[in-house]
Write a protein that binds this ligand. Structure first.
Ligand code: DC
Length: 236
């Protein structure tokens, strides 16, 4: 089967990474969580006091610090996931906290931050056979991706799912607190100047409010199989 690029964009906590991971495993593709890259930079900023308590980001200092920041992934054959590294430190378990979530949209809106991350993302996907999720993958990182999904779901359902996930990691917040964070991020991500979250013209919208993880995977796998058939029909 021809190797393709799969771009998954959408609102916060819609299960993009759950679907992306499952798809990558099924197709034997690489999976890149681009949100983790912006979260890694946010962690660097928090540690280095480039963000104050009121969530004000010192953009100039962030931009100056970029040359000191290295973000990459290493595949953990035990957990079967690519873990995020910041300057060679495994920070996978440190980037899903509410503190990082509360500040990541601001950091990811900085032009120079995005430019640096997009270069890395394009490099990671240059040989196709990749599933990448984020906010600007189908619109900006890989505008020629063969499959572009835009994921959405009811915000209350998303907040509940995210709260359950956080609880399972020992982070306790109310559904309302989680919902406020999701709504704030969605607003900032869709309204920023640099590559905001928008639907690519040629995307397929996937609303998973009433779908299980298995059902959404089945839906996309069928979509890919149909696409491949059409392509073979056209080229064969
Ligand atoms: O997918 P996530 O929730 O972990 O992403 C965290 C934040 O990073 C999200 O609120 C916006 C930003 N982001 C982005 O601007 N562009 C991407 N391609 C991925 C994430």
């Amino acid at each position: 089967m021809t190797k393709i690029t799969i771009a998954i964009d959408g609102y916060s906590s819609c299960g993009k990474s759950t679907l992306a991971k499952a798809l990558a495993q099924k197709l034997n593709y690489s999976y890149i969580d681009t949100g983790a890259m912006y979260r890694a930079i946010t962690l660097f900023c928090l540690r280095n006091k480039l963000i104050d308590k009121k969530h004000h980001v010192d953009e100039e200092k962030v931009v100056k610090s970029l040359k000191k920041i290295k973000v990459d992934f290493k595949f953990n054959s035990h957990t079967k996931i690519s873990e995020t590294f910041l300057n060679d430190e495994n920070i996978e378990s440190l980037i899903r906290t509410m503190e990082v979530s509360d500040n990541v949209s601001k950091v990811s809106s900085i032009k120079e931050v995005r430019e640096k991350m997009v270069i890395l993302q394009r490099e990671m996907g240059k040989n196709k056979a990749i599933v990448m999720d984020g906010r600007d993958i189908g619109t900006n990182v890989f505008p020629d991706a063969e499959l572009k999904l835009f994921m959405t779901a009811d915000v209350d359902i998303r907040a509940q799912r995210r709260k359950d996930e956080m609880t399972s990691h020992g982070q306790y917040f109310t559904v309302e607190e989680v919902k406020q964070n999701l709504m704030k991020r969605d607003y900032e991500d869709t309204h920023r100047k640099e590559n905001p979250l928008t639907k690519a013209k040629d995307c397929i919208v996937l609303d998973n409010t009433d779908l299980s993880k298995e059902e959404q995977l089945e839906f996309v796998v069928k979509l890919i199989a149909d696409m491949q058939l059409t392509r073979e029909g056209v080229t064969g």
